[in-house]
Design a protein around this ligand. Structure first.
Ligand code: C2E
Ligand code: CA
Length: 427
């Protein structure tokens, strides 16, 4: 018997579910008391009593089976209903290791229940749900990436590559985004898309961010020194690092940002943080508090991959964000898809209203840079200006670029159509 409501109120003595019913929902007791019982040889055997804050009827829902006991109220009760789709939907999106453990526990429970029925002379009815092969593979994949990354952190296999961020109107360098790479001893250079999503879902990303901040403390002084001879009076270059929503929920994060500034002795404006909106959704209020604390230190944040997820500008306007980055996928499809172009225009107009500058990522063509600049986009990033490159190449680029003052240095890397053999015709 299931309740189609998300909240039920029952008087004392009501049957919540009977033994053998299909488990469609679990019940969180808000107030009142429930007893769980089985009928044996004409008498009820009470197995447990549950009160406010307890949950009842959960196992049959988890194993998608029949109730192994009945439940009734022993006083007036208010219950919150957790339905089977609510649980299985969350399970589908859970971390693969957690999902595997959950399935194993459910499976063990079924085996135990089946064993007890046999001991009692009942017919075994339980069907176990062994962990499926893809579930195991996903868990094994996540476990081995994490174990491998722990080793990689200790043996200096992680490196930063740096991609320039440019003021579109003047072609002046504004800063760099630090993009992580893994110099794997067997696999060569591994791109972040292969390991960041795994560490993101497990929270291990916090360890990666500690490494990123440590690197930033060492590298920002080198970037500022390379630019120094030619940037008197101009705003300092900045280095933007990618962080996760998990970091913003870590109580030691703000202290670590402060320590990074202190250790490197660089101006706070030379460090920026990029955080994707999807990772902020877990606890936006705490994330906002942490970002405010960073702002008080002088370190600003950008919302990354804007437009690719759930963002609404009203939500963004509540976050202490100093910059907005449009995802590369938008810019890359802008020329072919008029709707994408309109979305970009809308983002730029609204960001302008809020006084937040925008960086368009994924600019590969001169025409894209010009179009975006004409739409009011202040900053650009993409292969047109430079691919992510190692530190030594980046420091050379800074020296060359800043000495040219406002012009792009000669191109080294071909783009999609290789248009740009000379400086951009803008500025
Ligand atoms: P993201 O922050 O959105 O970074 C932009 C991605 O677009 C980078 O991929 C960059 O190489 C790529 N890109 C830049 N310009 C162009 C272009 O003109 N065309 C095309 N097709 N792509 C372009 P990458 O380096 O593979 O990074 C992928 C993602 O990994 C990043 O996306 C970021 O979310 C994550 N990531 C990278 N480094 C870190 C890190 O240190 N920490 C964390 N937490 N995440 C990181
Ligand atoms: Ca980014």
């Amino acid at each position: 018997m299931g309740y189609p409501l998300d909240r039920v109120e029952l008087p004392s003595g009501a049957l919540l579910f009977a033994e053998g019913d299909l488990g469609e929902a679990a019940y969180l007791i808000q107030s009142g008391e429930i007893e769980i019982f089985v009928a044996r040889e004409g008498a009820d055997v009470i197995l447990a009593r549950r009160g406010p804050g307890d949950i009842v009827g959960e196992m049959a829902v988890i194993v998608r089976g029949k109730r192994s006991a009945a439940a009734r109220t022993v006083s007036d009760c208010v219950l919150l209903v957790v339905t089977e789709p609510q649980i299985s939907g969350r399970l589908e999106h859970a971390d693969p290791i957690l999902r595997m453990c959950f399935r194993v526990v459910a499976d063990r429970y079924l085996q135990m229940a089946s064993l007890l029925r046999n001991v009692n002379g009942d017919n075994p009815t339980a069907r176990t749900q062994p962990v499926s092969l893809p579930e195991f593979q996903a868990a094994i994949g996540a476990l081995s990436v994490e174990a491998d990354l722990r080793r990689a952190l200790q043996s200096d296999e992680l490196v930063f590559y740096f991609q320039p961020i440019v003021r579109l109107a003047t072609q002046r360098l504004a800063g760099f985004e630090a993009l992580i790479r893994w110099r794997h001893p067997k696999r060569g250079l591994v791109e972040p898309d292969e390991f960041i999503p795994v560490v993101e879902s497990s929270g291990f990303v916090v360890e990666i961010t500690k490494w990123c901040l440590g690197q930033a403390a060492k590298i920002i002084p080198q970037i500022l020194a390379a630019a120094a001879p030619n940037t008197t009076g101009a705003e300092p270059l900045y280095l933007s690092i990618n962080i996760s929503g998990h970091d913003l929920l870590d109580p030691s994060f703000n202290a670590r940002v402060a320590e990074t500034l202190e250790r490197s002795g660089v101006p706070p404006a030379s460090l920026k943080l990029e955080v994707t909106e999807s990772t902020l959704l877990k606890d936006p209020a705490r994330a906002a508090d942490s970002l405010k604390a960073c702002r008080e230190l002088g370190v600003e944040a950008a919302i990354d991959d804007f437009g690719a997820g759930y963002s609404s500008l009203s939500y963004v306007s509540k976050l202490p964000m100093a910059m907005l980055k449009i995802a590369p996928s938008f810019v890359l499809s802008m020329a072919l898809d008029p709707t994408t172009r309109k979305i970009i225009q809308l983002i730029l107009r609204l960001a302008d209203e809020l006084g937040i500058p925008v960086v368009a990522e994924g600019i590969e063509e001169t025409s894209e840079a010009i179009a975006l600049m004409e739409m009011g986009c202040a900053f650009g990033q993409g292969y047109l200006f430079g691919r992510p490159a190692p530190l030594s190449q980046t420091l050379d680029l800074i020296r060359c670029w800043t000495s040219l003052n406002t012009r792009l240095p000669p191109r080294r890397v071909p783009t999609r159509r290789n248009i740009l053999a000379s400086p951009l015709p803008i500025g």
